[in-house]
Design a protein around this ligand. Structure first.
Ligand code: PGA
Length: 240
């Protein structure tokens, strides 16, 4: 059963940040998966605030990436550079404490296998934070992805490519990416699904209350060992 927290917008970031700090309080070297996107922006601001105010020591935690564009046209157009800027650098998390997703098409299959091996040898993910795609994707596992999928290269749907292009001012439209698989994600010891905004309401309902299946990749999260959903009131408005 998922634990569903429904919060007013001003309280959302604090509740999401508590999910992270509860894990690092128990285990300061916890391995935590951090997504990119618009959804976690207020969460990352809150985590930076707590760290800067001396309320939270993040410097020992370890990070893992969920997905990455393949062969972007510039090094700063990447989930890696975005996460470094928004989170890892301000929190003082050194690059050696971050398990980076492969980003080059050449040799991608071997690199994805190595990522999976590293994830195991780093002890597996303690907390996987996730955004919810407009089409129900988690990481870049688009609709129809195999629930047994592992880390691999994928082609983005037109909708996801458009949504991602909007993150970058340069006109970059991603086509291919590397992503953790659904099975990889479900192995995390706990998962926190972050959802904000009315435009996600129908999809959140489909994920939590519709059929579990390939049409809505996020629906597989209901099979996770421990799922917490942190939603604002607008995103939760279609739940019954
Ligand atoms: P968003 O993206 O946070 O920018 O809405 C979520 C996702 O596509 O996973």
């Amino acid at each position: 059963m998922a634990r569903i927290q429904i919060l007013s917008s001003p309280q959302w970031a604090g509740a999401a940040a508590d999910c992270v700090t509860e894990v690092t309080a128990r285990n300061p070297v916890a391995l935590i998966g951090f997504p990119t996107g618009n959804t976690p922006v207020p969460l990352y601001a809150e985590l930076r605030r707590r760290a800067a105010a001396g309320l939270w020591d993040a410097s020992r935690l370890r990070g893992v990436m969920l997905d990455e564009y393949l062969d972007p046209p510039a090094a700063d157009i990447s989930s890696w550079s975005w996460l470094r800027r928004e989170l890892f650098d301000p929190l003082g998390i050194a690059a050696g404490r971050i398990l980076r997703m492969p980003h080059q098409r050449s040799g991608i299959e071997a690199a994805c296998r190595k990522f999976e091996e590293d994830l195991q040898s780093w002890g597996g993910c303690d907390l996987q934070l996730l955004g919810l795609g407009a089409n129900g994707h988690i990481a870049f596992n688009e609709p129809n992805s195999d629930p047994g999928s592992r880390t691999r290269a994928v082609t983005l749907s037109a909708e996801t490519a458009r949504a991602n292009a909007a993150y970058w001012p340069s006109g970059f439209v991603p086509e291919q990416a590397a992503t953790m698989g659904i099975a990889t994600i479900l192995e995390a010891r706990s998962i926190c699904l972050l959802v904000r905004g009315a435009e996600k309401a129908a999809m959140l309902r489909a994920a939590l209350q519709g059929p579990v299946g390939r049409e809505v990749p996020a629906s597989w999260l209901r099979q996770a060992a421990r799922l917490t959903v942190v939603a604002d009131r607008a995103a939760a408005s279609a739940l019954v």
